[in-house]
Design a protein. Structure first.
Length: 162
């Protein structure tokens, strides 16, 4: 996969989630050292109303991370399954990778919405229905549960708290 192909894949993901796109601000390449070939492309994208940090896995041709941070306080953060489309609700990446910080940021954002805004958000961003990704009941059982010191949201996400 070329850099242009990776950018096209990121643009397609942005379009799928109605995220604006202006231009790529920064590009990083992670090389597989023993083959000297690109394993990951990471981009910072100027959306015109914020930024996106995204990572594209070259071999699988997938968007692994797509964190959208709008500057407009009325704009929504993307739901977890849009920001990390290769993660299930129980992926360890919520505890030991980029996803850990995003889930805390997202949960704080979501808990700060009014009840009306939460209803709009839930209608706009319905969880995936495929059972293998495990997002059924996300809003009822996870998102609306307060994060506390004893049981942070990641504990609920990975199923360690009943």
């Amino acid at each position: 996969m070329s850099e242009n192909d990776a950018i096209a894949l990121a643009k397609a993901h942005a379009a799928l989630w109605a995220v604006p796109w202006h231009h790529v601000v920064k590009t990083e390449k992670t090389l597989v050292w023993w083959y000297f070939c690109v394993e990951w492309y990471s981009f910072t994208i100027d959306t015109g109303d914020g930024r996106v940090d995204t990572s594209i896995h070259v071999e699988s041709g997938t968007v692994n991370r797509f964190e959208y941070y709008p500057t407009d306080p009325k704009a929504f953060l993307l739901p977890l399954w849009a920001a990390y489309p290769t993660y299930t609700s129980v992926t360890m990446g919520w505890r030991q990778s980029y996803g850990e910080q995003y889930i805390y940021t997202w949960h704080s954002f979501y808990r700060g919405l009014s009840e009306e805004a939460k209803a709009v958000y839930r209608r706009k961003y319905r969880p995936p229905t495929d059972e293998e990704r495990c997002w059924q009941g996300f809003y009822e059982f996870i998102a609306d549960v307060p994060a506390t010191g004893d049981h942070p949201i990641t504990e609920f996400i990975i199923g360690r708290v009943p």
